[in-house]
Ligand binder design. Structure first.
Ligand code: NI
Length: 445
């Protein structure tokens, strides 16, 4: 892998000091960010030049990023990538009916290859909206891992586990095998978790078993928590307390947990999430579309809970556009609290990058542009009418930018999209495959 030198770019570092560097350079070496600053350059000759860096002389590919903004790639903290296959297939239904009458029957027809092509489509879509890492929970995870490997993305992957299903034990075994096979693979881009779906599909005894296995594997857990009022009400009826409390008693939070949704929480629930360092994935569009509610994000942030942003699956969104998701997150909490200061642009951008990285368990490795971190960097074209004048780049990224403005995406030091062209995925082939497969899954010929 050759080095990359990004030159003359506005760098939104997302470091602890919230530093924005004008006209800076970023040097990428061996998949990592080697240096960030001004004038990391030597005599340029064409597109390959010798870069004066400490240590032996090395050659670097140069990307002139004049007029662009560099920021850490977005982390989509919760999705079901292959559900792009069901985009637009079932809309405007309550969650339970949506799952039971439309999504679950269609999912029963899924093949491993369907999941492969559906995931590849979502990787294509996510890269185009600046996502470099996504946390996934689905089935046929070997195929998801293969799609991650090919696309060049970073994935935190978990096989969804339904404890009440007849094949629950087999699924858990399969999930364990998946973790052993793929954790750390694809050049370190894949990490794995166990994925008990939710308290309404996984009784506490099953959760306890999953926690034990995760502990032995040394992996975290990805779960849906308190997505709807119905979930909370039924949990209280069945087990006597809220999902958070029941899951705590089952030992779930003893390990690293990524909790999707967390819409309906009591003060006590939030205290538990804060106390155990649970990472939350906030999915504003999905929660609006399924009318689940609006998560108490400002309150969670105030209590020190790490909250990232997710798109959820394409069947409940219906796209995987993190720029859109970030903006919605910044807007929705203002209106529900009638307070325009409650979630500023800087916080929304942090949620989509640093906090997301922390929530999915990769906080030390990604989420900011700093020497030593892995090189997951996106370049945003600011030479567009809606990005002028440049009063405040962070404000523009959250309130004005379109995902179309993202021109170049680098993941683990590899350029996967360059000036709007995806280099790792054959888009036409993917569109065709998904179109054909989606018709079959919907029961059409
Ligand atoms: Ni979900």
């Amino acid at each position: 892998m050759s080095d990359i030198l990004i030159k003359n770019v506005t760098i939104v570092t997302m470091n602890e000091r919230d530093e924005v560097i004008q006209g800076g350079d970023i040097l990428i070496s061996d998949g990592k960010i080697a240096a960030v600053g001004a004038n990391l350059r030597a005599a340029a000759q064409g597109s390959v030049e010798t870069v004066a860096t400490p240590g032996p002389e090395r050659h670097a590919r140069v990307i002139d990023a004049t007029g662009k903004i560099a920021l850490p790639g977005f982390v989509n903290a919760h999705t079901h990538a292959a559900m792009t296959l069901f985009r637009g297939y079932a809309d405007d239904l309550p969650l339970a009916e949506w799952l039971e009458t439309k999504i679950w029957p269609a999912e029963r027809r899924l093949t491993a290859d369907d999941v492969y092509w559906g995931t590849l489509l979502s990787c294509d879509e996510m890269i185009r909206s600046g996502v470099t890492t996504f946390a996934d929970q689905y089935f046929f995870m070997d195929k998801v891992a293969e799609a991650v490997e090919i696309s060049g993305m970073r994935g935190v992957l978990s096989r969804g586990l339904i404890g009440v299903a007849p094949g629950a034990e087999g699924s858990l075994k399969e999930a364990i095998t998946f973790c052993r096979r793929w954790n750390g693979k694809a050049g370190g881009r894949i990490s794995t978790m166990l994925g008990p779906h939710a308290i309404y599909t996984c009784p506490p005894v099953f959760i306890e078993k999953v926690v034990k296995e995760a502990e032995m594997l040394g992996v975290g857990l990805h779960i849906h928590i308190s997505e709807t009022q119905k979930e909370v009400r039924e949990c209280v009826e069945r087990y006597g307390s809220s999902p958070v409390k029941v899951l705590k008693d089952a030992g779930l939070f003893e390990l690293k947990v990524l909790a999707a949704h967390c819409v309906h929480l009591s003060r006590e629930d939030m205290e538990i999430l804060a106390q155990f360092g649970v990472g939350v994935a906030h999915n504003p569009t999905s929660n609006l579309k399924l009318a689940s509610g609006i998560a108490p994000v400002p309150e969670m942030l105030k209590m020190g809970i790490t909250v990232g942003i997710g798109t959820d699956g394409a069947a409940s969104n219906n796209n995987l556009d993190m720029v859109e998701e970030m903006r919605l997150c910044a807007l929705i909490h203002k209106v529900t609290s009638l307070d325009p200061t409650v979630l500023p642009a800087r916080t929304a951008l942090r949620m989509a990058t640093t906090f997301g990285a922390r929530a999915v368990g990769l906080g030390k490795m990604i989420g900011s542009i700093e020497p030593g971190k892995l090189a997951d960097i996106i370049l945003v074209d600011a030479h567009r009418p809606h990005m002028v004048p440049a009063h405040d780049v962070v404000s523009h990224l959250v309130y004005a930018a379109h995902s179309d403005d993202i021109s170049t995406v680098i993941i683990n030091g590899q350029v996967v999209m360059e000036e709007g062209r995806i280099l790792t995925i054959d888009e036409e082939r993917v569109f065709e495959e998904v179109q054909t497969r989606a018709r079959r899954l919907a029961g059409k010929r």
